[in-house]
Write a protein that binds this ligand. Sequence first.
Ligand code: SAM
Ligand code: SF4
Length: 341
Amino acid sequence: MIASPEPLIDAFGRIATDLRISLTDRCSLRCSYCMPAEGLDWLPRGNVLTDAELARLASLFVSLGVRTVRLTGGEPLLRPGLPGVVGMLAALDPAPQISLTTNGVGLARLAQPLADAGLLRINISLDTLDRDRFIEITRRDRISDVFAGVQAAYDAGLSPLKINTVLARGTNLDEAPALLLWALERGYELRFIEHMPLDAQHAWSRADMVTAEEILARLEGEFTIETAEGRGAAPAERFLVTDGPGAAAWATRPGRMGIVASVTRPFCRDCDRLRLTADGALRTCLFAHDETDLLGPLRAGADDAELAELIRAAVRGKQAGHGINSALFVQPARPMSAIGG
Ligand code: SAM
Ligand code: SF4
């Protein structure tokens, strides 16, 4: 173990304290804005970090200053023994705060074991409240599983419970106010995410993307929304919803919501995130073209000091910003589901 007082600092003075770990690139859904109906060429199982390898790398990152860990994928609930992975992370010293991003399928069974193992917070992705529309978007008939998962997460005390929603024109844009009302009535925090050029099909188009400005304009027809303070390095701009339909009966008032406007309001200057893919590659940005293989050196016998130097070198090379709005932007080879969203 490295006893290192040196933070993971990049050339622009940003300090990395948040690690997103992808536990698998496989998924139980096929969201049309993320991957094709037939799925993708999944990583061979032997190329995926084992629990022991994950524990070794996570411990190293924590010794280098990582304080928050988010588990994601692909669909992280597909990882066998997930509560054990959470328990392993919770036992690190110092223990990081652990959160999870999931599509919610299978969560009804796993929410309580995950909370018991040390999971603190959860984001559940849900783009519609309508069963037929859910099938159209995800190509799977699983909305009742997701609703059951949301309820189980709430009952397990995973709070604040956040709902992630990607809006698309002609699909679910009209549902934005209904989704917000649904969340407010239950005390969940809805976060709208701008669609990013990270889909496996490379079908993203700026013209089709629903912007933060458009989302706010649509919601402000029905709700009173104010900017909230205290965003820090968080990707979501946060808002207070102070009034709207049925406000007297909302679970909390003001309610909260967020918008992750990665495309139209980039927050790269404050980015404190690193990403570890399921096959052990370190990425310093979702949109990076370079990544640093940690699994190969680890399996070849590298010690902690050697792995730490690889991590430090990668962080030093972190790019200033994602460059989506540059004419020279080129989408990275790995799609969102294979990086870890
Ligand atoms: N499968 C899990 C889920 O859906 O929550 C975790 C991985 S998924 C890639 C994480 C989040 O990224 C989800 O909320 C999903 O809606 C969102 N997402 C997927 N593709 C996206 C894209 N191209 N742009 C913006 N968000 C995307
Ligand atoms: Fe799977 Fe999440 Fe991508 Fe949907 S957004 S296909 S649930 S990885």
